[in-house]
Design a protein around this ligand. Structure first.
Ligand SMILES: [Zn+2]
Length: 158
């Protein structure tokens, strides 16, 4: 029950790693080379952790930056509304420049987020929202948007 704002980045490299991440190969630029390493040396990636004895090592895709912004559905609806996007459908995409423009406008116009207290009602907990939450998330979305703009990428959410 959450929404992630992200950009589709080109992988910066590939690494063979055991499930827990303790044992890692060198970084490969070519995914085929990473799979060759995995297939040829699979048993070198047994770190002793029980989980890693059961789950095989795998090829982990690396990116330059992890700029994903993950929020609950309720907060996603609030953010999308603030940015002037559709709030019914919690998935969509936008060009980087348009997105950054909306974020900067929201940061300029939105009053300081007072937050929402945590409420428990009939066993259901509404986790609320801390003071300044909206501005903090908008700041992260600005970073994401600027990255997208500078790299000619689209922002996606869903
Ligand atoms: Zn491990």
């Amino acid at each position: 029950m959450s929404v992630t704002f992200f950009v589709e980045q080109t992988p910066s490299g590939y690494q063979v790693t055991c499930e827990c991440g303790e044992l890692k190969s060198n970084m490969f630029n070519n995914v085929e080379h990473a799979y060759s390493e995995l297939n040829d040396n699979r048993f070198n990636y047994l770190c002793g952790n029980h989980m890693c004895d059961v789950l095989y090592a795998f090829v982990d895709v690396q990116y330059v930056a992890n700029l994903d912004v993950n929020v609950s559905n309720i907060n996603a609806r609030r953010l999308l509304g603030t940015l002037g996007f559709d709030t019914e459908d919690l998935s969509g995409s936008s060009e980087g420049d348009d997105f950054v423009g909306r974020v900067l406008l929201a940061l300029a116009l939105e009053p300081e987020d007072e937050g929402v207290p945590i409420v428990e009602q009939q066993g259901f907990v509404d986790c609320g929202r801390p003071h300044g939450y909206l501005q903090a998330r908008l700041g992260e979305l600005q970073t994401l948007g600027e990255y997208a703009f500078n790299n000619s990428l689209q922002i996606h959410w869903g």
